[in-house]
Design a protein. Structure first.
Length: 608
């Protein structure tokens, strides 16, 4: 949540800052602001609304500064307003600060600073930071940051611009991502790698407790007050991957990238003899056979991927699998120990609740495997093992290709474990791997065949305020993701139910014409699902079924059908979710919604 950008170098700063904010607008877009140092004074430009509003306020006046900081906000403390917008100042106006995260003890700090004579003008927790720095600054901003950090409880990534240091930015990081970009005589800061790849591929991922000083002499990083070396990571993302590439929205682009993305996830992980190779995982068969259960922890879409994992892993590995919402996990005193394998799933690798669950699991002796997309993120660094999805940057707030690649990693990990534990035959493993390798082609076939018809169905449901998704077994897990997609971007209230639960109350909500999306890909359960569909049609529901052609031919009764390419039932979620993503996308478009930046949401939830 929230996006930070900073620059010091040879270029005109304002265009760099604006571009960096646009690249991170998915992290929050309630308000935006920029501070640059010009002619010995800090120039501040802030406004409520999106970055386009900030550009209108700038009105082409780019100034002559070559140093500055910027911020795009997702509001936590204080409503979206110009007064609450970053950057925030100290009393003198000499220090400007942008911040991502939450200062949990800001009220007591604010009271103490007020008693010390400081005056506050916003409702934000962030504003204590510039006042703390003002309180401790005596010519050394790095030292002031260290002292200020000693006062803070919570999470933060923060960058300060000081009028008395005309060629210097100082930044600190604790439990919120902050990346340093190394250019040719110029230096950058951002919350996200994607904001910097236009200018440089050489990055330093700051670690918790780091303070970074950027100036004309380079970058110096301090930890516990002492200079430390941090490795430079080369980012090999394609620049075009972070740009729209001719699509009207990032979400549609990322849906269309899914065949490529799942191919990337597979690349290099299948041997010629049809075995899964995961060199990232150093678990022996002896260790895996000693596991008593698997715990999967995640939030939102990643949680839904975890539910698919539960069905898959229990079926193949014959181990009990618990799936927890990360925000609940560590507060329920979970029963985990050294014989529990914990799998955490996060696209960004910075999801605050998931990171806290990881730490809780390790403290209780569990081994933690992370599935994430962002290189060298907090979760990736702190887990015992990490499997990257290699989906490339995902910009749209509503996750699509991250979900599919998380599923691909889950299948690969399950097959890898089954091989190590010797609970599947070599023939069965080869069969599953062969099916996995077909998925990129089948996903492309599905998009090509069904995108246009799905536009028509989206137009039919655009005026409805409610929709239902149903499924049994793993179809129910996918139904949850389909409902989430529809409601988060089209604002149609959508609920997913296990089809067998309909008669336990939910069927009372069915009225003539109401759309129901019925998933039926599990051949062993199709007769049960058909019965539920008949019950709904009897009460006037309009049914869109997503199934395989042979199941439909066997008596699936629906008003409309999306026929999936044939694939192993176990792997069906990879294909089933694609038409649900397209349905949500086109419903949002026809309803005039902001697809990539839905209201009240942000891409990376880095606060509790």
């Amino acid at each position: 949540m929230c996006g930070i950008i900073g620059y010091v170098g040879k270029r005109q700063a304002l265009p760099v800052l604006l571009q960096g904010l646009h690249a991170q607008e998915y992290r929050g877009y309630d308000s935006a602001g920029i501070a640059t140092l010009e002619d010995g004074q800090i120039r501040l430009i802030r406004c409520q609304g999106k970055i386009a509003s900030l550009e209108e306020k700038i009105n082409g006046d780019m100034g002559n500064s070559d140093i500055g900081i910027g911020h795009t906000r997702w509001a936590t403390h204080g409503c979206p307003s110009e007064a609450n917008c970053h950057p925030h100042f100290d009393c003198s106006g000499d220090i400007a600060v942008v911040h991502n995260g939450i200062i949990e003890n800001y009220l007591e700090l604010r009271q103490w600073l007020t008693e010390e004579g400081h005056a506050f003008v916003s409702q934000t927790d962030t504003e204590v930071l510039p006042h703390l720095l003002e309180h401790y600054y005596q010519g050394d901003m790095q030292e002031a940051f260290v002292k200020a950090m000693g006062k803070l409880r919570g999470s933060y990534a923060a960058v300060a611009l000081c009028r008395h240091l005309p060629r210097t930015l100082v930044a600190a990081r604790q439990d919120n991502p902050l990346v340093v970009g190394i250019g040719d005589g110029e230096y950058f800061l951002a919350s996200d790698i994607a904001a910097l790849i236009k200018y440089t591929r050489d990055m330093i991922i700051l670690e918790n407790g780091d303070v970074a000083v950027l100036n004309d002499n380079g970058v110096v990083i301090y930890h516990d007050g002492q200079p430390v070396e941090r490795s430079i990571v080369y980012i090999d993302w394609d620049k075009e991957a972070a740009e729209m590439g001719g699509y009207p929205h990032f979400m549609l682009k990322e849906i269309h990238e899914q065949p490529w993305a799942i191919g990337q996830t597979l690349r290099g992980r299948i041997s010629d003899c049809k075995r899964v190779m995961l060199p990232e995982i150093d678990c022996s068969g002896e260790y895996l056979n000693g596991i008593r259960k698997i715990a999967i922890v995640a939030c939102g879409t990643a949680y839904h991927a975890g539910l698919v994992a539960k069905y898959t892993m229990e079926k193949i590995l014959r181990l009990p699998v618990e799936v927890d919402i990360a925000s609940e996990y560590r507060y329920r005193d979970p029963l985990i120990d050294s014989q529990t394998l914990v799998i955490v799933i996060s696209q960004s690798g910075e999801t605050a609740d998931t990171l806290a669950a990881l730490r809780e699991s390790k403290a209780r002796g569990a081994r933690v495997i992370a599935i994430c997309n962002v290189l060298d993120s907090s979760i990736a660094r702190e887990a015992d093992n990490v499997i990257y999805t290699w989906a490339g940057p995902e910009i749209a707030v509503a996750s699509t290709k991250a979900y599919l690649t998380q599923l691909m990693v889950i299948y690969l990990l399950t097959i890898f474990m089954a091989d190590q534990m010797q609970c599947l035959s070599a023939e069965r493993i080869a069969e599953l791997i062969g099916s996995l390798q077909q998925l990129p082609q089948l996903a492309q076939q599905l998009i090509d065949q069904w995108e246009e018809p799905i536009k028509g169905f989206a137009a039919q449901i655009k005026d409805w305020q409610h929709a239902f998704f149903i499924g049994r077994g793993v179809d129910f897990a996918v139904a949850l993701e389909g409902a989430l997609k529809l409601k988060e971007i089209s604002y149609i209230h959508a609920e997913a139910y296990a089809a067998g639960e309909l008669k336990h109350g939910t069927i009372a909500l069915i009225e003539p014409g109401i759309p129901v999306i019925a998933l039926a890909t599990q051949r062993s359960l199709v007769e049960k699902t058909v019965s539920n569909i008949v019950e709904l049609r009897t009460r006037g529901a309009h049914i869109l079924a997503v199934s395989f052609a042979d199941i439909a031919a066997a008596g699936l009764v629906a008003d409309e059908l999306i026929a999936l390419p044939d694939v192993n039932d176990l792997l069906a979620p990879i294909l089933t979710v694609i038409p649900l993503q397209l349905l949500a996308y086109y419903a949002a478009v026809v309803r005039g919604c902001d697809v990539d930046q839905p209201r009240n949401l942000a891409k990376s939830v880095t606060v509790e």
